[in-house]
Write a protein that binds this ligand. Structure first.
Ligand SMILES: *[C@@H]1O[C@H](CO)[C@@H](O)[C@H](O)[C@H]1NC(C)=O
Ligand SMILES: *[C@@H]1O[C@H](CO)[C@@H](O)[C@H](O)[C@H]1NC(C)=O
Ligand SMILES: *[C@@H]1O[C@H](CO)[C@@H](O)[C@H](O)[C@H]1NC(C)=O
Ligand SMILES: *[C@@H]1O[C@H](CO)[C@@H](O)[C@H](O)[C@H]1NC(C)=O
Ligand SMILES: *[C@@H]1O[C@H](CO)[C@@H](O)[C@H](O)[C@H]1NC(C)=O
Ligand SMILES: *[C@@H]1O[C@H](CO)[C@@H](O)[C@H](O)[C@H]1NC(C)=O
Ligand SMILES: *[C@@H]1O[C@H](CO)[C@@H](O)[C@H](O)[C@H]1NC(C)=O
Ligand SMILES: *[C@@H]1O[C@H](CO)[C@@H](O)[C@H](O)[C@H]1NC(C)=O
Ligand SMILES: *[C@@H]1O[C@H](CO)[C@@H](O)[C@H](O)[C@H]1NC(C)=O
Ligand SMILES: *[C@@H]1O[C@H](CO)[C@@H](O)[C@H](O)[C@H]1NC(C)=O
Ligand SMILES: *[C@@H]1O[C@H](CO)[C@@H](O)[C@H](O)[C@H]1NC(C)=O
Ligand SMILES: *[C@@H]1O[C@H](CO)[C@@H](O)[C@H](O)[C@H]1NC(C)=O
Length: 416
């Protein structure tokens, strides 16, 4: 028994230091038939406050995690199928699923943690049970197939991140085991077709970062449930992020452009808030939240969240600010700014926008409404007007001087 405990402690210590992640198998059943099955490894990066500082801990889903049969469900009563895995004193990871008949996917991802657990959150100054939900998880597969993603994929859930790897899961199952037919995630498809590029990036030293230039303008849209476009955006985006670089062994300041043709957009539109989620090849997820004030009929960009897992990073970078006030405009109009704008999100991350036009509310017939332009554009439009006016003034002065001069010399002739 002592040996067992020593071994367990050793394994726990090993895992704490080297971040080893265990694979867990979870099943939701109704009667004798299985409706959801998942084999996965998961780890979480959670930030919490102590009385004097803010800390981030890395927690992995232990293999002792079990399905909470009370709250999990197959969704036969009309609700969404729900897989709830519980571990430790009041921690949980939950996946809810939805389908449209031909595809199924993770509709939302919930992470719950109990800050009273001092073994994971030492010195936390709160004892709350925190529940975070994300509804923008790009896990989709064809129905009657198993979703497979061996590569790791990181999702932002509130201020925390959830990283899955070695994942195989199926919902809306018809058999009792995972279907042999697989829907392979994009990251796995990329890593099997291009193993040489990953090898070369790890062996060659990181080149000195060169300024990436002006980013390309991308066009993004969000559709609502009935398929009509409810949010439109056109912009070039550049990240200005400082993070700790593995190869350079120091904190670096890097400018990275978002590549529109590698970026997909999703999101949601509600009556008084709209969300645009841009995902670049699973390594970058950028989330914009727009808020409408229905009394003043003004909207603004109120939140930006960035999740980045770039090759040079020691840990996934996540930054979020939900009390921003940018891109302010009036309902029924779009917001436009051709000039470069810098949106500061947190000290370590700001977003530079170029040739931007957005409309998060009241989009009709797939088109932008009349634009309200930012002050910088208006100022830039003023420059030619001011220059023109100054030139016209100068011409006028010269003309008057000439006329006066002519009149004087004329008068001079007359007196003689
Ligand atoms: C479940 O399986 C057991 C044994 O295989 C069987 O006795 C039982 O009737 C089954 N229950 C249902 C609801 O099918
Ligand atoms: C930590 O405390 C700060 C300041 O009160 C607060 O803004 C922040 O939300 C807290 N963070 C967490 C993770 O609770
Ligand atoms: C926890 O600490 C943060 C600063 O780190 C402070 O702002 C916050 O008020 C504290 N919360 C509690 C419940 O004491
Ligand atoms: C997430 O899904 C569960 C199960 O379908 C549902 O009860 C919950 O309301 C959903 N949460 C959000 C924020 O969509
Ligand atoms: C949170 O953890 C504390 C201490 O481990 C425990 O007493 C409490 O019951 C837990 N809360 C929940 C909701 O499980
Ligand atoms: C389900 O959604 C996918 C992607 O949005 C779409 O291609 C497909 O046609 C939809 N199927 C049905 C039956 O609505
Ligand atoms: C999935 O499989 C079940 C049983 O094998 C079948 O009845 C159903 O039509 C299949 N669905 C699709 C979309 O192929
Ligand atoms: C689609 O939904 C929006 C609100 O969600 C509504 O205003 C619009 O009329 C709907 N369009 C159709 C074609 O049903
Ligand atoms: C990037 O951010 C740093 C620190 O906030 C700032 O000094 C620098 O000027 C920014 N660079 C660009 C091109 O925005
Ligand atoms: C990284 O830098 C620190 C101090 O700057 C140094 O002590 C450490 O040895 C370096 N590590 C590596 C792997 O170069
Ligand atoms: C993306 O666009 C760039 C330049 O426009 C092009 O070189 C590249 O091949 C494109 N990539 C894809 C995947 O379409
Ligand atoms: C909405 O606008 C009104 C009028 O400008 C203002 O008084 C109110 O505080 C605003 N509401 C919110 C939630 O910002």
């Amino acid at each position: 028994m002592k040996l067992y405990h020593a071994l367990a402690a050793l394994i726990t210590a090993w895992c704490a230091v080297f971040g080893c992640i265990q694979a867990v198998t979870l099943e939701v059943k109704e009667g004798n038939s299985t409706c959801i099955k998942a084999e996965l490894s998961a780890s979480f990066a959670i930030t919490y406050n102590t009385s004097s500082s803010t800390r981030t801990v890395q927690v992995s889903l232990p293999d002792s995690a079990t399905v909470d049969t009370g709250s999990s469900s197959c969704g036969t009563d009309g609700s969404s199928p729900w897989l709830v895995a519980v571990f430790g004193p009041g921690h949980a990871l939950a996946l809810s699923f939805s389908t449209n008949g031909s595809l199924y996917g993770v509709a939302n991802l919930t992470l719950q943690y109990n800050l009273s657990d001092a073994s994971i959150f030492p010195e936390a100054n709160s004892s709350d049970v925190v529940t975070l939900v994300s509804s923008s998880v790009g896990i989709w597969a064809t129905i009657n197939t198993t979703y497979r993603c061996v590569s790791s994929a990181t999702f932002g859930v509130g201020g925390a991140t959830v990283t899955f790897s070695d994942m195989r899961l199926e919902a809306y199952m018809t058999g009792n085991d995972l279907s042999p037919t697989e829907s392979v995630c994009m990251a796995d498809q990329a890593s099997t077709t291009a193993p040489s590029t990953t090898a070369s990036t790890t062996t060659t030293a990181a080149p000195a970062p060169t300024p990436p230039g002006t980013p390309e303008q991308g066009t993004y849209s969000v559709k609502n449930r009935n398929g009509t476009v409810c949010l439109l955006a056109q912009m070039g985006l550049q990240f200005n992020v400082s993070y700790f670089s593995l190869s350079q062994n120091k904190t670096v300041q890097e400018l990275v452009n978002l590549t529109p043709n590698l970026t997909s957009s999703s999101g949601s539109c509600e009556a008084s808030s709209a969300t645009l989620v841009l995902t670049e090849e699973r390594t970058t997820t950028l989330n914009f939240t727009f808020t409408l004030n229905s009394t003043s009929n003004k909207y603004h960009l109120s939140g930006i969240t960035l999740l980045a897992n770039w090759p040079e990073m020691t840990a996934p970078f996540s930054a979020s600010n939900t009390s921003l006030d940018y891109l302010r405009s009036t309902l029924g109009h779009s917001y436009m700014c051709n000039a470069e704008q810098t949106l500061v999100v947190v000290p370590a991350f700001s977003l530079n926008t170029f040739r931007l036009q957005v409309q998060p509310f009241e989009v009709t017939t797939n088109q932008f409404a009349t634009a309200e332009e930012c002050q910088m554009d208006q100022d830039q439009m003023l420059i030619p007007i001011i220059v023109g006016a100054a030139l016209a003034g100068l011409v006028l002065i010269v003309l008057i001087a000439y006329l006066i001069g002519r009149k004087r010399s004329h008068a001079g002739y007359q007196t003689i």
